[in-house]
Design a protein around this ligand. Structure first.
Ligand SMILES: C[S@@+](CC[C@H](N)C(=O)[O-])C[C@H]1O[C@@H](n2cnc3c(N)ncnc32)[C@H](O)[C@@H]1O
Length: 218
C-alpha cells in the first residue's frame, strides 16, 4: 500500500491498510442470511474484502471495484471468490448491470473520499445511490484528523443530501490513523421525473446538483 501511495497519493489516500476493527465496523450491514449482492468500492489490498468474505461465508455475490490495475490483479489472485473489476467506482450502475445484478443490497466504501475532487465525490455517490433499493445500506469511513477539512465536510453534506439517515459510528482508535464509519440508509430519490430506478445510460442521474451550494464545493 505504501508503494502505491507514493506513486499516487491522492488516489490511494492512505499509507497503511485499515485495521480489522475498522473492517468489522464497515462490513456490519452484510446480511447474515440469504444471497446478498455486496459491492465494495476501493478494496485496495483487501482489508475490508477479507472481512466481507468471512461474513458471507460462501453466500451471495461480492463485487469489488478498484481503479488501480496492480491492486486489482493482486486482489483477484488473493480472493478468487470475489469478482474484482478494474474500473472507476462512478461506473457502478453499468458495471453491476453488465454482471446481471439489478441492484446491490449493501455498498461498502473504502475510497479516499477526502482526496477525491468534488465532481468524483458527487458522481460516485450518485452511482451508489442509484444501485441501492429503498432498504439498501451504504457504509464508508473517514479519518478523525481530517473531519474538519472542507472536502470532508462537503462529503458529509453530500451524504445527507443522498440518504435520509446518516449516522457516524464510534471512533476506532486502534486504526492507524483513528477512523470512524458513516452508516447511511434510505437513499433519497433525487432522479429527474420519469427516470426509473437503475437508470444506466450515463454517469450521474441527479435532477440537478443539489450540493452545488454546499460549503467547500469547488
Ligand atoms: C484508502 S485505500 C483503501 C483500501 C482499503 N479499503 C482499506 O481500507 O485498507 C483507497 C482505495 O481506493 C482506490 N480508489 C481511489 N479512487 C477510486 C475510484 N474512483 N474508483 C475505484 N477505486 C478507487 C485506490 O486505488 C485505493 O486502492
Amino acid at each position: 500500500m505504501l508503494h502505491e501511495f507514493l506513486r499516487s497519493p491522492l488516489q490511494i489516500g492512505a499509507v497503511a491498510p485499515s485495521s480489522r476493527r475498522l473492517a468489522a465496523a464497515v462490513a456490519a450491514p452484510v446480511p447474515e442470511a440469504g444471497d446478498p449482492v455486496v459491492v465494495e468500492l476501493g478494496p485496495g489490498t483487501g482489508a475490508f474484502t477479507g472481512m466481507i468474505q468471512e461474513l458471507l461465508g460462501g453466500r451471495g455475490h461480492h463485487v469489488a471495484v478498484e481503479i488501480n490495475p496492480r491492486l486489482a490483479s493482486a486482489l483477484s489472485r488473493r480472493f478468487p471468490r470475489v469478482e474484482v473489476v478494474t474500473a472507476e467506482a462512478a461506473r457502478l450502475p453499468r458495471l453491476l448491470a453488465e454482471r446481471g445484478h439489478a441492484a446491490a443490497d449493501v455498498v461498502i466504501g473504502g475510497l479516499p473520499w477526502v482526496s477525491l475532487p468534488a465532481d468524483v465525490q458527487h458522481e460516485t455517490l450518485c452511482a451508489v445511490r442509484d444501485v441501492l433499493p429503498a432498504d439498501g445500506a451504504f457504509t464508508t469511513f473517514g479519518y478523525v484528523h481530517a473531519m474538519r477539512l472542507a472536502p470532508a465536510r462537503r462529503f458529509r453534506r453530500m451524504l445527507g443530501v443522498s440518504f435520509e439517515e446518516v449516522v457516524a459510528g464510534r471512533t476506532v482508535w486502534g486504526n492507524v490513523p483513528p477512523a470512524f464509519v458513516y452508516h447511511s440508509r434510505r437513499p433519497r430519490d433525487i432522479r429527474p421525473i420519469g427516470r426509473p430506478h437503475g437508470w444506466r445510460s450515463g454517469r450521474c442521474s441527479c435532477a440537478s446538483k443539489p450540493w452545488a451550494g454546499l460549503a467547500g464545493h469547488r
